[in-house]
Design a protein around this ligand. Structure first.
Ligand code: GDP
Ligand code: MG
Length: 173
């Protein structure tokens, strides 16, 4: 079907920030409290109907563990979009996200659309629980031309919005 546009998308980020959970929420509208870690990478697809065309997301969900880091270029090299995920309660995961953004800008396709995603927003019962300031993530997003969302894979908050924004930002072929 000529009205279906495929978008290759890769998820990157430190282990346990919720990459696989974001994908599970987006693809199956589901959540698992004890999700088993991804080994290597997982491949899933999901179709989304836009106003005048359909997008088929071809999703590579990578493992965050350091021992798999050398495999990441295989997955982002041909990607048109990337989700760089961190955990809003884990400052180290935001530092890691910065590194992924830098690596993508140096090594990935020139026009790659990158979304920075602060996940696990449901864990913020008070402002003290937050360990990555929204302003800091917004600043990085402006400097590096990223889409930016704060999500919860657990509640589903803002998860579809990330993918819709990517679909809107990628030019139709
Ligand atoms: P990945 O290693 O980045 O793929 O992370 P997973 O998706 O495997 O999630 C790691 C752990 O965090 C699992 O126990 C998930 O249930 C949990 N988790 C993922 N997303 C969220 C979220 O938005 N909120 C909460 N509270 N837990 C989450
Ligand atoms: Mg995973």
């Amino acid at each position: 079907n000529s009205n279906v546009t495929s978008i290759k998308l890769v998820l990157l980020g430190e282990a346990a920030v919720g990459k696989s959970s974001i994908v599970l929420r987006f693809v199956s509208n589901d959540f698992a409290e004890n999700k088993e870690p991804t080994i290597g990478a997982a491949f899933l697809t999901q179709r989304v109907n836009m106003a005048d065309h359909t997008i088929k997301f071809e999703i590579w969900d990578t493992a965050g563990q350091e021992r798999f880091a050398s495999l990441a270029p295989m997955y982002y090299r041909n990607a048109q979009a990337a989700l760089v995920v961190y955990d809003v309660t884990k400052p180290q995961s935001f530092i890691k996200a910065r590194h992924w953004v830098k690596e993508l800008h140096e090594q990935a396709s020139k026009g790659i659309v990158i979304a920075l995603v602060g996940n696990k927003m449901d864990l913020l019962e008070s402002e003290e629980d937050r360990k990555v300031a929204k302003e800091e993530a917004e600043k990085l997003s402006q400097e590096e031309n990223l889409l930016f969302f704060e999500t919860s894979a657990k509640t589903g908050d803002n998860v579809n919005e990330v993918f819709l924004a990517i679909g809107e930002k990628i030019p139709l072929k």
